[in-house]
Design a protein around this ligand. Structure first.
Ligand code: NAP
Length: 454
């Protein structure tokens, strides 16, 4: 994909960017390696200050950063401001806790002293998606930099201005030159970077093919990877749930970020006792959402990020309808410039339809009706993914059952699945491996060095 800012609200090409040449990449990796050798010797107190500076910049200029995000990928400006503010939170979280998370861990042995010392690995490659163009980068970068690592970012080709803005934030915050660099490169150039001996590990958030490709290359080089891939999270509603709240939260959980979130609720699994009531309210809420200019403060749903994403979602819904699915609301792209698709609800999807095993990256909810909790769990787990799961019930025994049996990296009871700097985040099955955030996030890219002094 060409590196360019294309406004998804209008389809207009705003600015094109030239990809780096192989020689330029090589030069930047040399800078990264030299910068890391100095940076790894800096103190936690110094890194803490730099992250706190970054947090302040994110808050003070949230409006400016939000405008770039909305221009490049179409999320509503109000959600983009919230994203910039959440990035400040993750910087502060690791500024405050990073040193303690990486403190030496002592063990009693026959030696004078023995312990584990957590040390940085080196320069880490981060390959990131466009859907949360600031947050995905900061949730990796804040712990990585606090741990003393360097980083090079290959961001998605449709968010180059976001990629450059993030690097600029770290520079302004005082992080030494070369420690965090954006590489404007296309996907085919990732191979040169990950196979370069100066790169010690990689993290990728994105699709399965991209994750598999990067992990294969890294595997040949015996380099660790962390993968945050796609999901098709279930949203299970059982009879004792607070239905008003479940409907309101379910609507947000499916449509936030214009429906383009890995942890969006994508499959609504309803107990037959409450299914009709839930669906009537759910349909009304979907129909009420305002689709339009993402810069406008009253817009709920902006455009999809690219023409390709719109093509994919149209194709998936059309295939589902052809196989016998019924459309309750939405179901057709808007006839306007830009990449707009309305909030859509699909029911009666026949068993075996391909869409059942796919991720829907747009504001389209699939609804299923089940007779009991066993069927709900079986259906929830009948998918290659295992990212998050949201389940609604006041019954404590049912809650325990769901927590134990849902195949997912996270289970949220009576709430939507969301990431939080204080809690680990990641998936199982084809949703990836490894954990970001929390203590796990900062331990993802460190050498747990065993030390024995005798
Ligand atoms: P994508 O096509 O995989 O792109 C993600 C990043 O990978 C981009 O920087 C892309 O660069 C790069 N890339 C693509 N193919 C590659 C390859 N063969 N080798 C190396 N890098 C490659 O993903 P997307 O469609 O933009 O993003 C949506 C996907 O991300 C969804 O599946 C979503 O669920 C997932 N996601 C997961 C999480 C999570 O935390 N689990 C969070 C957000 C999104 P180009 O742009 O240049 O192609």
């Amino acid at each position: 994909m060409a590196i360019a800012t294309v406004n998804p609200t209008t389809g207009e090409i705003v600015q094109r960017f030239q990809a780096l040449t192989a020689t330029e990449i090589n030069h930047k990796l040399a800078i990264a390696q030299a910068a890391f050798q100095q940076y790894r010797l800096t103190s936690f107190a110094q890194r803490r200050q730099w992250l706190e500076n970054a947090a302040l910049i994110l808050e003070q200029d949230a409006e400016k950063f939000a405008t770039i995000m909305t221009l490049e990928m179409g999320k509503t400006k109000k959600s983009a401001i919230a994203e910039a503010e959440k990035c400040a939170l993750v910087c502060r979280y690791y500024a405050e806790h990073g040193e303690q998370f990486l403190a030496n861990e002592y063990a009693e042995t026959q030696a004078i002293k023995s312990y584990v010392s957590y040390q940085p690995l080196g320069v880490i490659l981060a390959v990131m998606p466009w859907n949360f163009p600031f947050w995905q980068v900061f949730r990796f970068a804040a712990p990585a930099l606090m741990a003393g690592n360097g980083a090079v970012l290959k961001h998605a080709s449709n968010v180059p201005q976001c990629a450059l803005a993030v690097a600029e934030i770290f520079t302004q915050a005082g992080v030494p030159e070369g420690v965090f660099q954006t590489l404007l490169i296309d996907a085919s150039q990732v191979e040169q970077v990950i196979t370069d001996p100066r790169i010690k590990a990689a993290t990728l958030t994105g699709s399965e093919p991209a994750g598999a490709s990067l992990a294969r290359l890294a595997g040949q080089e015996i380099k660790p990877t962390l993968l945050e891939l796609g999901g098709s999270d279930p949203f299970i509603v059982l009879p004792s749930a607070d239905l008003e709240e479940a409907v309101a939260v379910g609507t947000v959980a499916r449509t936030m970020n214009n429906g383009q979130s890995c942890i969006a609720a994508k499959r609504f699994i309803l107990h037959e006792a409450i299914a009709q009531t839930f669906l009537t309210k759910f349909q009304a809420q979907f129909a009420n959402l305002k689709v339009g200019d993402p810069m406008a403060p009253d817009t709920d749903i902006g455009p999809l990020a690219t023409a390709e994403i719109l093509r994919d979602i149209v194709n998936q819904v059309d295939r589902a309808i052809a196989s016998g699915a019924r459309v309750l609301v939405g179901g057709q792209p808007l006839e306007s410039p830009g990449y707009f698709y309305p909030p859509t609800i699909l029911t009666d999807i026949p068993p075996g339809a391909a869409i059942l095993q796919e991720e829907l990256f747009g504001p389209v909810a699939m609804v299923f009706i089940v007779k009991n909790i066993d069927q709900a769990i079986a259906l929830a787990n009948d998918i290659p993914f295992g990212l998050g799961a949201s389940a609604w019930t006041k019954d404590l025994a049912e809650q325990e059952r769901l927590i134990r049996d849902l195949e997912a990296g996270a289970v949220f009871i009576n709430a939507l699945v969301k990431s939080d700097p204080r809690l680990p985040f990641g998936g199982i099955k084809r949703s990836g491996y490894g954990r970001e955030l929390g203590i796990s996030g900062i331990r993802a890219f460190v050498n747990a060095k065993t030390v024995s002094v005798n």
